[in-house]
Design a protein around this ligand. Structure first.
Ligand SMILES: [Fe+2]
Length: 417
């Protein structure tokens, strides 16, 4: 394996801190907090109050709910627990906007989030302003020792909000994709350019590598402990699988050939009527893709997106290849050998989302953040174009159920030689 490490890969090894290292701690906290909070509102800005209410399936949440839930997170875990005398904006909002934190009390049913015409989008804006003002005041008045102790909590809250920023786009795209019209979130949006190279494969020789997050820069608990893993020999595709390759799979009867599929996967194909990736639709005999820019022709050179794990696995079998493990992906990415590792589509691995050896969830309610989901899901690595700037890193473990395909999810292949 060559050792030319790209600048992008180096940067992504450890994402830059959200906090500036100049100025006082209070100033840095205020600045980082407002930058992230503003990005949520920027992403919500093109959405009408009606757009903000829709929940097009139980897995997706209304934009209004994302805006309120991320606010509740700071109200509940920062202000409620650490700001003496803070009064919640509304006594019912903790019930409405708690997602899955059992330790934080009862909550509204997830699949009924789209039933909430009230509070209105405008009232959610007022909720955000109330909490923002209280958080900024808290940062400006708390003593230095208190602030220093709370930095990790604020970092989790901001990274949590960034995760919801990506979901706001995937969720509204799913809703718009159900609409015959079909609406554009941003008419000027185009799929980002990928960086394919003619050299197709990177070979990883057999070796023992350290995987997982190794330093104290921000990370989620699921990225630790770093540990040693045996990797290779294996070849990983440098390039992401494209729409042209996916069309060849479809043309070859991929969706109808049971022997290519896991049993659960073929059941999903039949139950859901899958004939193509998510958000594809046929217009006059031609496939089109519903994107954030509206309905667009299939760009054959672009990486395929909106495929489930089941589809990625079937495609790999059809190609005579495999999906990589998350360890193989991490070793190759750390060496800067993967094109489009970040910023286009998340990449399915065949690794189950399970705890690393010695993993323990953090103490308290935030221990529910990751650990309790470590069963029956698959790991995705990298990031997508919808992932906020500064949120990606090589050790990041995203996870979804194998039938999920409304995220910006694609794949690269692996081969064992
Ligand atoms: Fe959340």
């Amino acid at each position: 394996m060559t050792k030319s490490v790209s600048a992008a890969a180096l940067l992504a090894t450890s994402a830059p801190s959200l906090f500036s290292d100049s100025g006082s701690l209070a100033q840095n906290l205020v600045e980082a907090y407002l930058v992230v909070r503003d990005e949520t509102e920027r992403r919500a800005a093109p959405l009408s109050p009606e757009d903000q209410l829709i929940q097009s399936m139980p897995d997706a949440s209304p934009a209004k709910w994302h805006r309120a839930h991320t606010t509740w997170f700071f109200e509940q875990f920062l202000l409620g627990e650490h700001s003496p005398g803070y009064q919640p904006f509304h006594p019912d909002y903790a019930f409405l906007f708690n997602s899955y934190y059992v330790s934080a009390g009862p909550r509204h049913a997830r699949h009924q989030r789209g039933h909430l015409t009230r509070p209105s989008a405008e009232e959610v804006t007022a909720y955000r302003r109330h909490v923002d003002a209280a958080v900024v005041k808290f940062f400006q008045t708390a003593d230095q020792a208190t602030l220093a102790k709370l930095v990790p909590l604020v970092e989790v809250g901001l990274n949590h909000e960034q995760q919801h920023q990506e979901l706001m786009l995937t969720d509204i795209l799913h809703a718009f994709a159900q609409n015959p019209i079909p609406p554009a979130y941003d008419a000027a949006w185009r799929f980002p350019a990928s960086q394919r190279t003619a050299e197709e494969w990177v070979a990883l020789n057999e070796g023992i590598h350290t995987v997982g997050h190794t330093d104290d820069s921000f990370h989620f608990d699921n990225e630790k402990p770093a540990h040693r893993a045996l990797v290779g020999p294996v070849r990983l595709a440098r390039n992401l699988v494209t729409n042209a390759e996916w069309l060849a799979f479809m043309k070859d009867g991929g969706y109808g050939t049971a022997t290519l599929w896991l049993m659960d996967g073929f059941a999903a194909v039949n139950n859901e009527g899958w004939q193509a990736p998510g958000h594809w639709r046929q217009v006059g005999g031609e496939w089109r893709i519903m994107t954030l820019g509206g309905l667009q022709p299939v760009d054959r050179q672009a990486p395929v997106s909106h495929v489930s794990y089941y589809e990625a696995d079937a495609f790999a079998r059809w190609a005579g290849k495999h999906l990589p493990t998350e360890m193989e992906w991490e070793v190759a990415a750390r060496a800067g050998q993967l094109n489009d590792a970040f910023g286009i589509v998340w990449q399915w691995t065949r690794s189950s989302y399970s705890p690393y050896p010695g993993y323990r969830a953090i103490e308290g309610a935030l221990g529910e953040y990751n650990g309790k989901f470590m069963v029956n899901q698959l790991v995705l690595r990298g990031s997508s174009f919808a992932t906020p700037a500064g949120h990606s890193r090589i050790t990041y473990r995203n996870f979804f159920y194998p039938h999920h395909r409304w995220q910006f999810t694609g794949l690269r292949l692996a081969d064992y030689v």
